[in-house]
Design a protein around this ligand. Structure first.
Ligand code: MN
Length: 322
C-alpha cells in the first residue's frame, strides 16, 4: 500500500540562527531530532524506507517564524522554500513540499506562495499559530488565503507557542516546567489550533473563499470531539452563521493523524470527519515513522478506506499523480 505523509518537518541553518535566542521551543526534541530535521537526504529517506513511507510532504518546522521581525521571517521562509525545492528536485518521487510563509507581510507571503506553487511545484503552504499576536482570521491576512484558493492549494494550519499574555495567564504558576510543556504539545497547541479553526469559520472567511481548503493535524485538534456542541451553541449566537458550523468543517477542512496514534481519537475523527477527509501523517521527526506506520496498519477500517487515508485523499487534495 502506498503511503504519503503530510506533516513532516525540516529545518535550515538560517532558521536556527534567526530563532536561537527565542526560547527552547526551537530546539525541542534534543540532538537526534535536530539532526533528523536538518537532513533532507539519506537519513530521512532511510527512515521513510524503514517504515514503508513512499512520500513526505516537507514543511519547515517553523513554529517560531512569526516571532521574528517580519522582514527576517520573510527571508528565512524564502531560503527554506528554496532548500525544500532542491530536495523535491533531487527526489521527485519521494518528496513534495508546503511553502513556509512570513505571514506578517501578507502581500509578500502571497507572492511567495505563488512563486512556490507556480515555479517550484509546491502543493500548498504551512502557517504556524498566531502572527504578531493575531489569529489569521484578521482581515490583514486575507491575501494569503486568497492566493491559496486561487492557486487551488491547501493551507496547513500548524500550532505554535502561545502569545506571552496567554502563556503567563494559562500556564504560569506550575511546578518544574510543566507549564511550558502544557502550553505546547501537552495541551495548549491543540486547543488553540482548534479555536483558530473555529475563528476562521465564524469570521466568514469561507463565505468569502468557499473553495479554500485548510488542513489541521493532530486528529483534528479536538474539533471532532467538540463539533456538535460548538455547532449547537453557535446556532444561538446573535448573528448566526450563514450555514451550520459542521457544513464549513466538512467543506473546507481536512484532518491528519500527525502525532496522534491511539484509537479513541481516531475513531471519533473517522465518525465525524469521514474517510474522505482524513489523512495519515506522522509529524516526523517529533514522532517516528514506525510509530505512525504501526498505527496505520492497526486501524480497524475497510481496505478501501485505509487506501484513502494512507494516500488516496492526499493525492486528490494535493494533485499528486497516483
Ligand atoms: Mn508538526
Amino acid at each position: 500500500m502506498k503511503v504519503i505523509t503530510l506533516e513532516e518537518h525540516y529545518t535550515t541553518p538560517m532558521y536556527l540562527e534567526a530563532t536561537k535566542n527565542l526560547g527552547p521551543e526551537g530546539q525541542a526534541g534534543g540532538e537526534e531530532v535536530a539532526r533528523k530535521q536538518a537532513d533532507l537526504g539519506d537519513e530521512r529517506l532511510a527512515d521513510m524506507d524503514a517504515a514503508g513511507i513512499d512520500m513526505q510532504v516537507l514543511s519547515l518546522s517553523g513554529i517560531l517564524l512569526d516571532a521574528l521581525d517580519p522582514a527576517t521571517a520573510t527571508a528565512v521562509a524564502r531560503d527554506a522554500n528554496d532548500r525544500a525545492a532542491q530536495a523535491v528536485q533531487d527526489h521527485p518521487d519521494r518528496f513534495a513540499a508546503f511553502a513556509a510563509l512570513g505571514v506578517q507581510e501578507p502581500e509578500t507571503a502571497a507572492d511567495e506562495l505563488r512563486r512556490c506553487v507556480r515555479e517550484l511545484g509546491f502543493r500548498g503552504a504551512i502557517v504556524n499559530g498566531t502572527a504578531g499576536g493575531l489569529f489569521l482570521d484578521h482581515p490583514r491576512f486575507l491575501p494569503v488565503f486568497q492566493a491559496a484558493q486561487d492557486l487551488g492549494v491547501p493551507v496547513y494550519l500548524h500550532p505554535a507557542p502561545p502569545p506571552p499574555p496567554v502563556r503567563d495567564a494559562y500556564y504560569g504558576g506550575l511546578p518544574d516546567g510543566y507549564g511550558a510543556v502544557l502550553s505546547i504539545a501537552g495541551w495548549g497547541w491543540h486547543v488553540e489550533t482548534g479555536l483558530h479553526a473555529l475563528r476562521l469559520i465564524v469570521s466568514g472567511l469561507f463565505d468569502r473563499l468557499p473553495g479554500l481548503q485548510i488542513i489541521i493535524g493532530h486528529m483534528g485538534e479536538n474539533l471532532p470531539f467538540s463539533l456538535a456542541r460548538a455547532e449547537s451553541v453557535l446556532s444561538r449566537a446573535p448573528k448566526p452563521l450563514a450555514r451550520p458550523l459542521s457544513d464549513y468543517f466538512h467543506a473546507n477542512f481536512h484532518v491528519t493523524t500527525s502525532g496522534y496514534f491511539t484509537l479513541p481519537p481516531f475513531l471519533c475523527a473517522l465518525e465525524v470527519v469521514g474517510a474522505d477527509r482524513l489523512l495519515f501523517s506522522v509529524d516526523y521527526p517529533f514522532s517516528t515513522n514506525p510509530q505512525g506506520r504501526t498505527f496505520l496498519d492497526s486501524l480497524p477500517v475497510a481496505p478501501a478506506d485505509k487506501e484513502k487515508i494512507a494516500h488516496g485523499n492526499a493525492e486528490r487534495l494535493l494533485g499528486l499523480t497516483p
